[in-house]
Write a protein that binds this ligand. Sequence first.
Ligand code: ARG
Length: 276
Amino acid sequence: MRRSLRSLLAVSAVPLAVALALVLVAPAPATADRGVVGGQPVRTVEAPWVVALSSREVFGAARSGQFCGGAVVGPTTVLTAAHCMSRAVLGRSWWEVPDLRVIVGRNDLRGTAGVEYPAARVWVNPAYEGDERAGDLAVITLSRPLPPAYVVPMARQGDPAYRPGTRAAVYGWGDTEGDGSYASTLHMATVRVLDDATCETAYPGSTEGDYQADSMVCAGLPKGGHDACQGDSGGPLVAGGRLVGLVSWGSGCAVAGRPGVYTRISAVAPLVPAHG
Ligand code: ARG
């Protein structure tokens, strides 16, 4: 009995280690200067639409099992990144995660504040491919509705919030240093929406990645220093009170000339069910 339990644990420890390693190193070596890198703590009451995705079974209980972020766009509708639901991150198919939860209203992942909602349904954009990274969107449906105050509206085509130079805020519980220092409390950093030419220059399709303006938006600061990082994926980029992006990828974190790349919400909003 004891032996079989131990071998069971050994088996489950392998995908966990693989998953953690992939989450930590997936996009590129992290060489940041300072969960958001260069940010500041913020309370969930100030940004109630920021949620944590969790599985204690896969990621352990220490930080409530947090592994990605998400954004509430309808009473039962949470958006996250398709890659958060990938085998590369989870070490298994998402439907094999027995305790996938959406955590609402928990500033500190070491605590128990807020509410944990089981995921009633998950939809992963079938057009998303890991190497292309376009259409990095998944939709999680909650089992019970949240009050309307938790909802952030999605930016639509032509939204002025996409104008280059617009101040935007990115939120998450991810790496705050670019070295695997995962935050326990929610952080936010202010960045600016960048023009597509700058994003294309940064990511021309080499090993660094391929920026595609129709489905992505990029944001950062010319000097770097403020950015999303590992563990922030799927979390919101908000400008002008609207959700403009979801943390998707980048080269390192907060590196000058290597802005954060986000799923462009105006491009994927038509895929999101209007109800719920
Ligand atoms: N892919 C990362 C994650 O899974 C997000 C990386 C964002 N990187 C950046 N430099 N903005 O958490």
